[in-house]
Design a protein around this ligand. Structure first.
Ligand code: MSP
Length: 649
């Protein structure tokens, strides 16, 4: 069957400086949409690139003492490296300095000129070089500066070519009004309608005061205005001049994804150019919000520019992608902070997703020798898990289709929590003790592996590397890159006799050094002190000495969550637990291994003495103690359904 085409673009970036995390945000959104559409069976063309002409680039190259092309070659190589490291799956990368592009720009100029919609006149006006934008007096801000970047504008008076935008103003306005989906979100649409209603002047599209640009074909002392040049990038790589079939397949573009400040160029100037060329208009211009850093706009002078490469190096591309796409509602401004990133990595990636995979593979290894067994029959809780999976996939598809990337991934996470809860509800470690429950156990293991198979596909637009790692650890057959939404709409795609792999950690927890005393700075009692202490404790317990309420209040008891649990090597009784106290994480050693499987207690909220002096047990500093009730051979942790951090008195 012929696949439906889908064409998505990002803006092409100015190589006047290195890209920051805000640019990476824009490209990551487009990449997630492109990857989703591929999963949905579309024939996707995803374009990004670099916008290399203009006065600003000429200036920075001069300052750097190199020619403009040397300058942009170096910076653009950095862009391409960044996109590769961020796993951006663009199908082409257009550079406006390429010959294929220059030909298109000159041809378009010629066609519109011959039609009479470009004419020569004199330009007198105000120009903002950093924004490469012309402004009229009444558009300037209250200080007489550029209304976008608030820097001074320059007066220019020169012979120039003009594009008759005024001729198309009514048609563009009517188009915007008749097509509510053309500009999104709706707030941007309203801004554009108001902008056009104030009247559109003809646009000056050539300059003579500098040379770094594409020459006007019939008058080469002029170079073409950088936005006229840049916007046409969208039709160059899809064969506008040389491949009619390809062009008709992908044009009009499905989405031009752009930052909010450049919606105007895309939804007014670009449609006017396309109308003059008698080409159809793009289906959607989506203006996303800005990424700000710790509440402030990024700028060199504020020294708060976040380098995406350094972040990728430190935390991995997938973690950054997940954070950007989950944390910010598309269309609104969003905040980037290192603390918020680390919290997401620890709680969502290491904890929720990492534990689900780890517990599942561990149990399949331990209880079934690493093999899945074909499922048969289902319990109520099995049926509910399957129903939740189907609901999640459906809602996810709908939300991805409507570009609700943050809501869609939240759905997936609700399902991950559901699957973690399913482990507690089915208690496989109990099933494993009764041979007659073998099938029930097999069903549980199968359902968990199948849940993870579905999860790996739906997270792939967000975290392509992690998705494939999960797939491989599960030992699933086939090429991950060939998976589609069709493979997860129905339950049961995991083979019933699969040999699963060995669990590998997906995301290590990030432990930031705290200013306050860390456990290593605390006094760790020596072996002798510990023994003496234990003896005294035993004595007291036997004697049931009374203590005052003040004595009791010295014991700080708190509800903590068990984040990770693993046996202490070469011991039978000890488990090493990582617990979340609400404001910090700790490691403790607990003598409960004969009563609990590690998988059984991960995710439980238990009561802990948090001000116990640290003790070194088998080389591990244990900082605290979880409480348990014991009776004869039985032992149960005090687990409570209360939020982490609750004080126990
Ligand atoms: N070259 C023009 C686009 C031409 S498209 C035909 C341009 N380049 S840019 O490098 O300045 O910006 C490219 C994109 O990055 C814009 O969509 C802009 O909104 C986006 N971002 C720049 N800083 C950003 C943030 N802090 N946050 C989110 N997006 C940001 O404009």
């Amino acid at each position: 069957m012929e696949r439906k085409p889908f064409y998505i673009t990002t803006p092409i970036y100015y190589p006047s400086a290195k890209l920051h995390i805000g640019h990476a945000y824009c490209t990551t959104i487009a990449d997630a949409i492109a990857r989703f559409k591929r999963l949905a069976g579309y024939d996707v063309f995803f374009l990004t690139g670099s916008d290399e002409h203009g006065q600003k680039i000429q200036q920075v190259a001069e300052e750097a003492g190199v020619s403009p092309i040397e300058y942009v070659d170096r910076i653009v190589a950095g862009f391409q490296n960044l996109w590769q490291k961020l796993h951006i799956s663009n199908d082409d990368f257009i550079r406006t300095t390429e010959e294929r592009h220059q030909r298109v720009v000159q041809e378009i100029f010629r066609r519109i000129y011959e039609k009479g919609d470009i004419y020569k006149g004199t330009y007198k006006g105000l120009y903002c070089t950093p924004c490469e934008s012309y402004w009229t007096e009444h558009q300037l801000d209250e200080n007489g500066c550029c209304p976008d970047c608030h820097r001074p504008v320059q007066e220019v008076a020169e012979e120039a070519y003009f594009f008759k935008m005024s001729k198309y103003a009514d048609r563009v306005l009517a188009y915007i009004e008749e097509n509510p989906d053309f500009i999104q979100p709706v707030s941007r649409r309203n801004e554009m309608i108001n902008f056009i209603k104030q009247g559109l002047e003809d646009l000056c599209i050539s300059r003579t005061s500098f040379a770094w640009g594409i020459p006007v074909p019939m008058d080469t002392k002029h170079v073409i205005y950088v936005w006229f040049d840049a916007l046409t990038n969208y039709i160059t790589p899809i064969g506008f001049l040389d491949d009619k079939e390809k062009f008709e397949k992908y044009w009009p573009a499905d989405i031009h994804l752009v930052g909010k400040e450049i919606v105007r160029f895309h939804s007014i100037i670009w449609p006017c150019i396309l109308m003059a060329l008698e080409l159809p208009l793009p289906k959607k211009i989506y203006g996303h919000g800005w990424l700000i850093v710790d509440g402030d706009k990024m700028s060199k002078s504020k020294k708060n520019v976040v380098d995406p490469l350094a972040l990728i190096e430190e935390f991995s591309a997938d973690a950054i992608r997940y954070f950007l796409l989950r944390e910010i509602n598309l269309g609104q401004d969003g905040n980037f902070s290192r603390d918020a990133l680390i919290t997401r990595i620890n709680s969502d990636l290491a904890n929720d997703l990492g534990n689900l995979l780890h517990r599942t593979l561990n149990m399949i290894g331990k209880f079934q020798g690493g093999m899945l067994l074909p499922p048969q029959g289902e319990s109520e809780v099995d049926a509910s898990l399957k129903a939740n999976a189907a609901e999640m996939v459906k809602a996810y598809e709908e939300e991805m289709e409507s570009m609700q990337l943050s809501s869609a991934i939240k759905r997936v996470w609700a399902f991950i929590s559901r699957a973690n809860k399913y482990i507690d509800e089915t208690a496989p470690w109990v099933l494993a003790k009764s041979p007659e429950k073998k099938q029930e156990l097999a069903n549980t293991m199968y359902n968990l592996a199948e849940s993870l198979r579905i999860i790996s596909v739906v997270i792939s637009p967000y975290m392509p590397v992690t998705a494939e790692r999960i797939w491989k650890q599960l030992g699933l057959p086939g090429e991950f890159s060939e998976m589609s939404l069709g493979d997860i709409r129905a339950w049961g795609g995991t083979p019933g006799d699969l040999k699963v792999g060995v669990p590998e950690q997906l995301f290590p927890r990030i432990e930031e050094e705290k200013e306050e005393a860390s456990s290593s700075k605390q006094e760790v009692p020596s072996g002798k002190e510990k023994k003496d202490g234990e003896k005294k404790k035993q004595k007291k317990e036997e004697g049931h000495d009374e203590i005052s309420i003040e004595d009791f209040s010295k014991i700080h008891l708190r509800v903590v969550k068990v984040l990770a649990a693993e046996p202490v090597p070469k011991t039978e009784k000890l488990l090493k637990l990582t617990v979340d106290l609400g404001d910090e994480k700790r490691e403790i050693v607990s003598g409960i291994a004969q009563h609990y499987e590690p998988e059984e207690i991960i995710g439980k909220n238990v009561v802990m003495v948090i001000n116990l002096k640290p003790a070194k047990i088998r080389g591990i500093v244990s900082h605290g103690m979880v409480l348990a009730a014991s009776h004869e051979d039985d032992l149960q942790l005090l687990d409570v359904d209360m939020p982490v951090g609750s004080r126990v008195r």
